[in-house]
Design a protein around this ligand. Structure first.
Ligand SMILES: NC(=O)c1ccc[n+]([C@@H]2O[C@H](COP(=O)([O-])OP(=O)(O)OC[C@H]3O[C@@H](n4cnc5c(N)ncnc54)[C@H](O)[C@@H]3O)[C@@H](O)[C@H]2O)c1
Ligand SMILES: O=C(O)C1=N[C@H](C(=O)O)CCC1
Length: 251
């Protein structure tokens, strides 16, 4: 029985995690953590340091500024963490990399299988098209999202840059830009509205042809399923930083 702490348990994703876990027989939520506690069938705390229950793993869908304190306490308690929260600053990312020297940490800005396949496809396309095609990324999310651009858009952009001979400079939107597009630019554009779960489109625009590779999330369950798979995976790993590739390689 996998004993899980649900960090951000009262949020949109935290609630999906709790629901999916309640439908499974091989794992359970032993405690939740949220800055806005409410009643639940598991105890809810405002910090990991107060949690009394024994746990194998923490799943985190919260807010970027909550991540350093979570990791500090996870290190003290030696509990592996799945970090799904996006919008981490450079300093917060440094803290995460340091913590991964002590505990196993799984981090991905997108826990869906589809996005991780999209990244592999986009890398192949970028290798071939890098000289003659302009690359732009468009992401669309619900009106409650607090970070922009999405962690996924940045993850896709970084994956593209990894395979390019000449690295691109990220351009966030084109408002007030009066000059024409430069070859070394990679445009990243965010749209917010309604209940859009998550859409990502990578456009390779060439002379008289456009290749578009896109992914559309139709429910939050796809992220929760991926996070639960990551949780099962991480509990058996040594300290270090893991991502979706580690999970895909495992098969
Ligand atoms: N990696 C993925 O696949 C994936 C998928 C969906 C969402 N996300 C990310 O997960 C995060 C949460 O998304 P959401 O839609 O559930 O947001 P949300 O705002 O609905 O929920 C966040 C929850 O975290 C809690 N929280 C905030 N600060 C906290 C703190 N300091 N300590 C404890 N709890 C705190 C809030 O009270 C809230 O209940 C976002 O960063 C989002 O981008 C990632
Ligand atoms: O709902 C969100 O917020 C999501 N955020 C992730 C991101 O920033 O990439 C993934 C999709 C959903």
């Amino acid at each position: 029985m996998l004993k899980i702490i649900n960090h951000g348990c009262n949020g949109k994703m935290g609630r999906v995690i709790s629901r999916l876990v309640s439908e499974k027989s091989d794992c359970k939520i032993v405690a939740g953590i949220d800055k806005n506690p409410s009643s639940s069938d598991f105890p809810i705390y405002t910090s990991l340091k107060d949690v009394k229950e024994d746990a194998d793993v923490i799943i985190d869908f919260s807010f970027h500024s909550a991540v350093p304190e979570l990791l500090k306490n996870a290190e003290l308690k030696k509990i592996p963490v799945v970090v799904a929260t996006t919008g981490l600053s450079d300093d917060e990312l440094c803290t995460l990399k340091e913590a991964a020297k002590t505990i196993p940490i799984f981090r991905s800005a997108n826990m869906s299988l589809g996005i991780n396949i999209l990244i592999n496809l986009v890398k192949e396309a970028a290798k071939i098209l890098q000289n003659n095609y302009d690359i732009e990324i468009i992401e669309k999310h619900h009106n409650m999202k607090k970070d922009a651009p999405s962690g996924t858009a940045l993850m896709i952009a970084d994956a593209i840059n990894e395979v390019l001979t000449e690295k691109k400079e990220y351009i966030y939107g084109r408002h007030s830009k009066t000059d024409t597009r430069k070859e070394n630019e990679l445009g990243i554009h965010a749209i917010r509205g309604g209940t859009i779960v998550g859409e990502h489109e990578v456009i390779f625009a060439g002379h008289d042809e456009i290749l578009t590779i896109s992914h559309s999330a139709r429910s939050r369950e796809i992220f929760a399923i991926g996070a639960l798979k990551a949780a099962e995976f991480i509990v058996n790993q040594k300290p270090g930083l893991y991502d979706m590739n580690s999970l895909l390689e495992k098969g």
